[in-house]
Design a protein around this ligand. Structure first.
Ligand code: UD1
Length: 420
């Protein structure tokens, strides 16, 4: 979808069904992991989003052969070369950081800019670098450029993270599957996307124990072979549409929504008064007549409430009469939507770097607002659904990083959203 701005004509209750796309945060590290394999990889249900496009650019730039048909991406990494990665793709997304572990493991060398991504906090990579150094890598960082080598190849090590990091856990996994010896990761991230990466690598021949727990044990394999993998549905996209229903009212069938990965989200929706019916085929959600505020909601590492849905739940909470406090425990700068929501008439206040107060129940007014980052941008579309007039959201390139076609999906639920 090409869109720079969308206009949302609010005031319509949602109703209908929509299929949930494949997961962004699962597909990106899996595509990076194809570098570690010999032969053909076939990755199904890959979302058609900018970040996946950029990841394919990165892989092509080092010689991977990529073929695409519908939602299926085939990658053959038999003949690759190391070299500086293209700056635009590296700086356009945070997940380019996975190339550190993957390329060092495959080629023994990596040169890339400091990875980019959304402006939601400092987003350091010290945990990634320290862990990979423990496994034998040497990094030189100058003027925002990272150069890494691993002269003797990666060696298994004991990596104990002082703090849970999804990206750093994934990098160590990528480094460890072909390393000499055994790696133990303590305080590993347990996010479903980390599990999906491990399951893909196991299919390729990797030896990983403790998948889904916070302690992973990986015995390096001599060689990995390409395989077929279906990318699981995106729990964040499903959660965004769930909160769209709560924000606008109505009901929806979210086909393929991964309910078992969304328990904390469903609990919050139910506390707000929603009816959620789970099934292996998806999720039915129905908004109540009156939403309830939540005294205190904290984001946290999986299985807690995901930071990536903090903006969407904030918008839904604006419809609940009463006060909701939201605490963001993962990132220190993730309240960009507060100011644009205020211009729409919302009673919402930043209490400190980590907490906001929402006084819900006021009708929002349509305004021209700007998306500044991916999840916050999607949440502004949800805010548009709650007005009785027109909201235009510019800066939609950020939203396209993670949503295949949010306008079309919401239109399938009856929303009036047009690209301009
Ligand atoms: C995080 C989220 C992930 C989400 C993604 C995109 C968690 C645990 N992770 O993953 O679910 O999909 O953002 O929004 O919710 N940190 C360091 N040093 C490092 C790496 C991280 O201090 O080297 C800190 C970060 O600043 C942050 C925390 O650790 O406070 C978690 O970051 P991390 O999990 O690495 O972020 P992502 O992998 O981007």
């Amino acid at each position: 979808m090409q869109m720079d701005s969308v206009c949302v004509h609010g005031g319509v209750c949602l109703q209908g069904k929509v299929r949930i796309q494949g997961s962004k945060n699962a597909s990106l590290p899996i595509l990076a992991a194809t570098l570690l394999t010999k032969g053909e990889n076939v990755v199904y249900n890959c979302p058609k989003i900018t970040d996946v496009f950029q990841m394919k650019q990165l892989l092509r730039s080092i010689g991977c052969k990529i073929r695409e048909r519908c939602d299926c991406v085939s990658v053959n990494a038999d003949q690759i070369r190391s070299g500086k990665l293209p700056a635009e793709a590296v700086q356009g997304m945070r997940s380019s950081v996975c190339m550190l572990g993957a390329l060092l493991a495959r080629c023994g060398e990596v040169t890339m800019e400091y990875p980019g991504g959304c402006v939601i906090g400092a987003r350091p990579i010290d945990l990634h670098l320290k862990a990979l150094e423990k496994m034998g890598a040497i990094f030189h960082i100058e003027n925002g450029m990272i150069h890494g080598i691993v002269p003797e190849g990666f060696c298994g090590a004991e990596v104990c993270f002082p703090k849970v990091s999804v990206g750093a856990t994934e990098n160590v996994i990528l480094a460890a599957v072909l390393a000499k010896g055994r790696t133990r990761i303590i305080h590993a991230a347990k996010e479903p996307e980390v599990v999906a990466l491990c399951e893909y690598l196991v299919k390729c021949g990797a030896d990983i124990k403790g998948i889904g727990s916070d302690c992973l044990i990986i015995n390096g394999a001599g060689q990995l072979c390409g395989c077929c993998m279906k990318i699981p549905a995106d729990r964040i996209v499903a959660g965004t549409y769930l909160f769209a229903v709560l924000a606008a009212g109505g009901n929806a069938w979210l086909e393929e929504a991964p309910c078992n990965e969304m328990q904390a989200v469903l609990q919050v929706a139910e506390r707000m008064g929603a009816l959620c019916q789970e099934s292996p085929m998806g999720l039915y959600v129905q908004a109540p007549e009156e939403l309830q505020p939540i005294a205190c909601l904290r984001t946290g590492e999986y299985p807690d409430f995901p930071t990536d849905l903090q903006s969407a739940v904030t918008v839904a909470a604006l419809r609940a009469k009463g006060e909701t406090v939201i605490e963001e425990t993962i990132f220190e700068n993730r309240f960009h939507i507060v100011e644009p929501l205020k211009t729409m008439g919302a009673d919402i206040y930043v209490l400190d770097e980590r907490r906001i107060l929402i006084k819900g129940g006021k009708l929002l007014r349509g305004r021209n607002v700007e998306a500044k980052e991916l999840r916050g941008g999607a949440a502004m579309i949800l805010a548009g659904l709650m007005t009785n007039d027109v909201t235009c959201i510019s800066g939609c390139k950020y939203i396209l990083r993670g949503y295949e076609n949010i306008g079309k999906d919401l239109r399938e639920l009856g929303a009036r959203v047009v690209s301009v």
